[in-house]
Design a protein around this ligand. Sequence first.
Ligand code: UD1
Ligand code: MG
Length: 479
Amino acid sequence: MSDVHIVVLAAGKGTRMKSRLPKVLHPIAGLPLLDWVLRAAEALQPASTTIVVGHEAERVRAHLAERPDVALAVQEPQLGTGHALLQAEPHLAGRHGTVVLLSGDVPRIGARTLRALVDTHVQAGAAATVATAVVDRPYGYGRIVRSEGRIVRIVEQRDASPGEQEIREINSGVYAFELAPLFDALRGIASENAQGEYYLPDLVGIYRRQRRVVETHIIEDASEMRGINSRSELAEVSAIVRQQKNEELMAAGVTLIDPATTYVDADVVVGADTVIHPGVTLEGSTTVGAACEIHSGTRIANSRIADHVTVLNHCVITGATIGAQASIGPFAHVRPATEIGEGARVGNFVELKKTTLGAGSKANHLSYLGDATIGPKVNVGAGTITCNYDGTRKHQTVIDEGAFIGSDSTLVAPVRIGAGAYVAAGSSITDDVPAGALGIARARQQNKDGWAQARRDEAHGSESNARSGAGPGDGPKEP
Ligand code: UD1
Ligand code: MG
C-alpha cells in the first residue's frame, strides 16, 4: 500500500452557485464534481481517503453511501480551507507519508498531474508542494507570489494589491503536504484577511518562516485546474469536458454531424460507424452499439442499444434495452425496464413501460404498452392500449407469438392473448383469448336504412309545429 493519503475539501457552501444542492454534487457530463475528483485520486492508490463535509453534509454522505473506502470528516462551522483540512486530523493520526489535498470543486484535475505532483514533492523533500498554473484570466484565484524564483506566499484575489493582481500564476487548490509537520502548522494560521477565514494557502508563508522547503508544480494543461464557483464556470467546464468526450468518440470512429450540439456523458460508450445527428443527448451508463443512427432531438439515458439500431427524431429512451436492427420513433417514449427485441419496430407516439416487445414485433402507431410481455412477430395495431392500472395495482398483459391486435383495442389486464390469436379492432378485451381464436368485444353494428332522411323530415315538421305552438319533437322515428 502507498503512503499517499487523499483529503478532499467539500464542506463549503458554494455561495456563488446560489443552489440548495451542495456544490460538489453538481454534475459535469453526468458525474458530480466530487466523483471526478475521487476518480482522479484513485490513480494514486491512496492508503486512505477523507472527505471534509459540512454544508448539506447529509446529502454528500448519502451520495457516498456506497463508498466504504471513503471516510468523512465534518467541518462545522465552515471557517475556511485551512480550518477544513484541520478537521481531517483525527483520520490521519498515527499515519505518515504524503497528504494530497484536492478541492471538491476542481473536477478536471488529471491522474497524471497528481502523480507528477507527488513525484515533484517527494524529490524536492518539500513540506508543501503547490500545484500552480499560468492562465490568461487569473481573476478569482489565489496568486503565487515569488521572490528570486521561489514561492514566498499565496495571496487571495480579495487581499491582493493591484500589482499582485497582475500575477498570472495561480493556486490550483491542489497540494501535496508532508504529513508530519502539517497539523501543527495549520493551527498557526490566522484569519486576518478580507473574508475573516482560515486560509490554507497561508501555510506557504508559515513554512517559509519555519525554513521548510515549499515547492511548486506547474500544471501544463491549465484547463485541468479550472475551479467551479458559479453556474457560469460550471457551464464553461462542462463545455470543455463535452468537447473532449466528443473528440474521443470521433477518434474511435463515431460520426457526429454537429459536435457542438452533441451531449454525451462521461461514461457513455458508442460503437464505430454510428452516426449521431445534432441535438442528441446520451446520458449516464448508456451504451450504443456499432453502425447505429440516432436522429436529432433524441435523449437516451442509462440504456443499452445494440448494433444497427435506428432511433428516429425526438425519442426519449430511459433505462431500456434495444435489440439489434430495431427501429424506434419518431416521437417514441421507451421507459425503464423495457426490452425491445431484435428487428422490432416502435413507431410514432408509442409509449412502453416495463414491457418486453419480442423480436420482429411491431407497435407502429399511437399505443401505450405497460407491464406487458409481448412475444415475437406480434402486430400491435394503431391505438392499442394496455389497461395495466386498476386505480390501486398494476397488472400484466401477455401477448403470445404471432398474435394480431386490431387497432384501437383496449386490453384490460390481467389478460392473455394466445399465440396466433386475433383481437378485432375496437375491442375491449377483459377475458383471455385462446391461441388461434378471434376475440371480439364490441357492440355489433346496425345500419338503419333511410334514417337520415327521416331525421330531416322530422326536423322540418317540428319547425312548423313551433310556429303553430306545438312542443319540440323527440328526433327521428325509426323507419
Ligand atoms: C481556493 C483557494 C485559492 C485557489 C482556488 C482554486 C483558499 C483560501 N483559496 O479559493 O487560492 O486559487 O481555491 O480553485 O483556499 N471548503 C471547505 N470548507 C471551508 C471553505 C471551503 O471545505 O470552510 C472547500 C469548498 O467546498 C471547496 C474548496 O474548499 O471545495 C475551495 O473553497 P472555495 O470557497 O471554492 O475557495 P476559492 O475561493 O475557490
Ligand atoms: Mg473554489
